[in-house]
Design a binder for this molecule. Sequence first.
Ligand code: ADP
Ligand code: MG
Length: 210
Amino acid sequence: MKSFLEIGLKSWLFKPLESIGLQDPTPVQKHCIPTILSGKDVVACAKTGSGKTLAFALPILQKLNEDPFGIFALILTPTRELAYQIADQFRIIGKSIGLKDCVIVGGMDMVTQSIELSKHPHIVVATPGRLADHLEREHDFTLKKIKFLVLDEADRLLEGNFDEQLKTIFPVLSAEKQVLLFSATMTDTLEKMRTLVMKKPFFYEAPAQV
Ligand code: ADP
Ligand code: MG
């Protein structure tokens, strides 16, 4: 069993991990974290509850701490509940480095969100609809310099319902970003992903339970 240290994480991350009772990485974390730290795009598929959030949050936070600037990462997820859950995990781990995050979901005031976005958060966690709404209006933030794009529940994001919004979002993102796709099921998502122009992604598929 590899430890968080052995998969390349820095010691400042251990205290917050211990504070929430996490001692060792889960399989999806063990496989994906070193690859993400090495700069590769990743497509990972593992069942719900397998720890996918920290599989992307930990390496993103480590890279952010090494070279913070601008909006560093954009995390897209299909529902507002998931957006809040993801932001919570980022906050717990990122507190000690002064992480500033911003959650952009429907049902909240657009003006308040615009102000939050203009304050240079490190991480934006968003549902595609509301982020696209902001991009289509006059706005005072840029996603041109993001280092990471995460599609959480990528199977659901890419199944078609979000196509219009994704078409608004993808063209305004940095071309140099690392793309990380996490999903519970490997559907025809694979086909659609090609349009995301990934750089030879690393594939991880959790072994089926026997
Ligand atoms: P998924 O996105 O794969 O459905 P989550 O990232 O939401 O799963 O994680 C599910 C639960 O597992 C969360 O409560 C999280 O705190 C916990 N968890 C994450 N990583 C670990 C770990 N390394 N050890 C133990 N529990 C973990
Ligand atoms: Mg998840």
